[in-house]
Design a protein around this ligand. Structure first.
Ligand code: SAM
Ligand code: GLN
Length: 284
């Protein structure tokens, strides 16, 4: 007889605890394997696993026990209310970035109403920002870029699965989007300084792509490049929104204010009260 749902969860939680890993990953994995909500998992806790479920659960548990993030094990993460496919080519989209999308939509609405604006997400990774923006603002012409072929492949799959018509371009920062002007530019670039690696968890450091995380010049490199190259690419009325590290507010504010002397540049906090975004608004 196979294990019952609660027996498997109990045994798995104990193994996770021994390794100092999050014990609630056992129930989250069980929800995925049994395709049950957390509520029905509780109601059905005495149900035995099928042979197939038992095998899948324990094989994926072993991946979790090796320190692999749950999202890579199950191949998905939810972002802005939708499920995105993820693999080792892309950063697991973070809740902070949902706030960037929310703030960008709010500010774009005030600036442009519901027009067919042109929007680009630079360094799209899984496509989380670009796809969410397009789903929330269907009239927008949304582009997404990345330097990583592997990331673009995943982003394209997500756009297709979520039925978001997006134009993808591969290349370095603004290089693939320099042929036209933009209303909205969004980016969550790599922003972790190399010397911050020792403060990061092993699950991030050993499993997420380093080209999605780290940036030279104390993590400011990509903001410097964007501030240098974006001014001729923005329409007169425009919005730039970037995610930042919580200690980078002042430095990134300065870079954009220097690049756009007449713009309104704001540092915006996340729900934890940490500096997390910079918005740069230009008007005619
Ligand atoms: N936008 C996704 C998100 O918010 O979840 C991914 C963000 S991740 C922090 C940064 C992304 O920038 C990665 O997908 C990485 O491949 C990409 N990237 C790194 N260097 C780049 C460059 N020079 N030009 C364009 N994209 C780059
Ligand atoms: N927020 C991510 C982390 O803490 C980093 C994302 C980024 O560099 N843009 O791991």
């Amino acid at each position: 007889m196979n294990e019952k749902i609660f027996e498997a969860i109990k045994r798995a939680s104990a193994l996770l605890e021994e390794k100092g890993l999050e014990t609630n990953m056992a129930s989250l994995l069980m929800e995925f394997v049994t395709k049950k909500s957390s509520a029905s998992l509780l109601a059905d806790w005495r149900e035995p696993l099928t042979e197939e479920q038992q095998q899948q659960f324990w094989s994926q548990m072993h991946e979790l026990l090796s320190g692999k993030p749950l999202q890579y094990v199950i191949g998905q993460e939810s972002f802005y209310g939708r499920l995105f496919k993820v693999d080792a080519n892309v950063l697991i989209p973070r809740p902070e970035t949902e706030e960037l999308v929310f703030e960008a939509l709010k500010r774009s609405q005030l600036l442009f109403h519901d027009k067919a604006i042109s929007v680009v997400d630079i360094g799209t990774g899984s496509g989380a920002i670009a796809v969410s923006f397009k789903k929330e603002w269907p009239e927008a012409n949304v582009y997404a870029t990345d330097i990583s072929e592997g990331a673009l492949a995943i982003a394209k799959q997500n756009a297709e699965a979520l039925e978001a018509a997006i134009s993808f371009r591969r290349g370095d920062l603004t290089e693939p989007i320099a042929d036209r002007k933009w209303d909205v530019v969004l980016s969550n670039p790599p922003y972790i300084a190399y010397d911050e690696a020792d403060q990061m968890t092993n699950s991030v450091l050993e499993h997420e792509p380093h080209c999605a995380l780290f940036a030279k010049d104390d993590g400011l490199y990509f903001y410097q490049q964007l501030a240098n190259t974006l001014p001729p690419l923005m329409n007169k009325r425009s919005l730039i929104g970037v995610e930042i590290g919580y200690q980078q507010g002042k430095a990134v504010h300065k870079l954009f204010q220097q690049a756009f002397p007449n713009a309104a540049v704001d540092i915006v906090q996340d729900i934890n009260g940490k500096d997390r975004m910079i918005f740069c608004k230009t008007c005619e």
